[in-house]
Ligand binder design. Sequence first.
Ligand code: SF4
Length: 54
Amino acid sequence: MSLSGVKCTVSCCKYWKQGEQCEASGIQVNIDGGAAHARQSDQTNCHTFEAKHS
Ligand code: SF4
C-alpha cells in the first residue's frame, strides 16, 4: 500500500512505485548535511531512500 499524500519522482528507490507513489511504511525527511535550517525545498531530502538492487 502506498503512502497517502506522498508524491515522489525518485524512481531509482526500491520503495518507489509507478505513478509517483511511495510504498515505504513511513518516510524520514531531513535537511541536507545535517544542517539546522533549510531555505529551499532542494535543501531537503528523503532519507528513507534505498537504492534498487538491479
Ligand atoms: S522512500 Fe523516499 S525516495 Fe523512496 S519512494 Fe519513498 S519518498 Fe521516494
